[in-house]
Design a protein around this ligand. Structure first.
Ligand code: AMP
Ligand code: MG
Length: 500
């Protein structure tokens, strides 16, 4: 019996019949709460303070859904590794409802791993403890870095095993998202539905994510542009953090511009633009450096689905959509450049080509010597105050670094001189740089260790790592082992799996 009420307002279920299948979660035999984010629950105004762990476990396993929940599996399609899968949908996820958070934002609450749905195909609808806690660690690390992302509210161990290569403990994750609308949602209704359905979906998405476009005469082209703009900004943030999503299929690209679907993702350590971690991405389609181009490719699939709405003349629709897609690389570049200048500590006047070239040659240097990406940026902030030894220690052959540092210092001095007031002193530059160049990322070796312990029932390493990841910009000697690069031996074999 549901005994707890959450103030749901389920617009997707109410306004879009025919876009989902109503479906109940499977019963978890012995639900046990592994993780719960009370702060996020308060942000969402769920009114759950005072409920104990067993009550929360019952609720977020799906066993005792709160009153007002309307569990549905959403329909979507998607291009996976370049080829179209017309029938995906929530095979192991259920949207249970929407709430308005403390800031007035509508947020989805969804279960992942709650059992089979009409979209499960041959899957079991389940998820395992390790990959769900991994989603918590990486997602919360992204959030702490200021990168838009879906977030984990809860992880509940189900008490039932899931069969993968071996038997693993099962779990249900509760995922919070600005919405679960994906590029693939549009592709599904463009492939199976009618233009009227695609329009209904687009109107829903516009009202929810781009309400200022509702009255625009060319709102569907504008909507495409707004989605593209969010992706351009998001991708620039991923690239600056060294984040590799791993499966940028169109069903994993969200309309709200949040990072979604933490499967075989990971943070790069030694800088190499061709880095791939995913065990299923042998061809390197979703390698680090490929991500901005893949985002544009995915947006082209969204554009195709929207074409009949953009203009009744196909020629004119293609022209309007192409304009957005053609502008994407430059939009991305502008976001990337702004982020790059902040990471380099450059204030003052923008020197577009010179600053981009300075950043590119820095990255070339890191690549040539396989330097740890995160630590190099962080130690560059120290170098701003003249403390260059920690940076030099990262380089096997420091000559190239010396030449580059000279260019950088000259550019910093020029940027300072160009400012109307006195240039910021070195310490101020270093502080600004430390606010954008994290000391801590979710390092793969530490994540794997924490998850292995959790699978044995020992949650302390997971909790300690999570606490550290929540403060990525604070250098704390007590947490030094989380900041260390993994050994070469670990990275040589490191692969991430899809988390299914
Ligand atoms: P993902 O790789 O998590 O983005 O999932 C791709 C598609 O496969 C989505 O339609 C998922 O719902 C579905 N899927 C993934 N794992 C499972 C599973 N264990 N059971 C059923 N469907 C799944
Ligand atoms: Mg997915």
């Amino acid at each position: 019996m549901p005994n707890i009420a959450i103030p749901f307002d389920n617009t997707y279920a109410r306004d879009l019949p025919g876009f989902y299948a109503a479906c109940q979660p499977e019963r978890a035999p012995t639900p046990a709460l592994l993780y719960f984010n009370h702060e996020l629950a308060e942000e969402l105004r769920l009114g759950l303070a005072g409920h104990d762990a067993p009550a929360l476990a019952a609720m977020f396993s799906g066993n005792a859904l709160p009153a007002g929940a309307m569990p549905i599996a959403q329909a979507y399609a998607g291009h996976q590794f370049g080829s179209f899968s017309p029938q995906l949908g929530d095979g192991r996820a259920l949207l249970i409802g929407e709430v308005i958070d403390r800031y007035g934002r509508r947020r989805d609450i969804a279960l992942k791993g709650s059992g089979r749905t009409p979209f499960s195909r041959r899957g079991d609808g389940k998820a395992a403890v390790g990959p769900m806690l991994r989603e918590v660690l990486v997602g919360e690390a992204m959030h702490a870095l200021g990168i838009p992302t879906t977030r984990a509210l809860a992880v509940v161990a189900s008490g039932a095993p899931v069969r993968r290569e071996t038997l693993l403990p099962g779990a249900i994750l509760t995922r919070i998202a600005a919405s679960h609308l994906r590029v693939g949602t549009f592709e599904y209704f463009a492939a199976h539905g009618t233009t009227a359905m695609v329009r209904q979906l687009a109107d829903y998405a516009i009202a929810r994510h781009d309400p200022d476009l509702v009255d625009s005469p060319q709102r569907y082209a504008d909507f495409l542009r707004a989605v593209a703009e969010r992706q351009a900004a998001l991708l620039a943030q991923w690239m600056h953090a060294g984040f590799i999503h791993g499966v940028m299929n169109t069903d994993n690209m969200g309309i709200p511009g949040e990072t979604i679907d933490y499967g075989p993702c990971a943070f790069m350590e030694a800088y190499d633009p061709r880095t791939v971690f995913s065990s299923i991405d042998a061809g390197g389609r979703y390698a680090y450096a490929a991500q901005p181009d893949i985002a544009r490719w995915n947006l082209a699939r969204l554009a195709e689905a929207l074409l009949p709405l953009i203009d009744t003349s196909e020629g004119r629709a293609i022209e309007a959509a192409s304009e957005v897609l053609d502008a994407f690389p430059e939009r991305y570049h502008q976001h990337w450049l702004a982020g790059l200048r902040a990471k380099l500590g450059l204030g003052g006047e923008l020197q577009e080509e010179a600053d981009a070239a300075l950043g590119e040659s820095w990255l070339d240097l890191l690549h040539a010597q396989g330097v740890d990406y995160t630590l190099a940026w962080r130690r560059l902030a120290d170098a701003a105050t003249g403390n260059e030894a920690p940076l030099r220690a990262l380089f096997a052959a420091p000559q190239g670094l010396e030449r580059w540092l000279e260019r950088w210092r000259a550019r910093c001095a020029a940027a300072d001189a160009a400012m109307t007031h006195d240039g910021p002193p070195a310490e101020l530059r270093a502080q600004r740089m430390r606010r954008v160049n994290p000391w801590l990322i979710a390092r793969n070796q530490r994540v794997e260790e924490a998850l292995e312990a959790a699978e044995r029932g020992e949650l302390a390493p997971f909790e300690q790592l999570l606490a550290a990841l929540r403060r990525p910009y604070d250098e704390d000697p007590a947490l030094a082992r989380y900041a260390e690069p993994a050994s070469d031996a670990f990275m040589a074999d490191f692969r991430t799996y899809c988390g299914t």
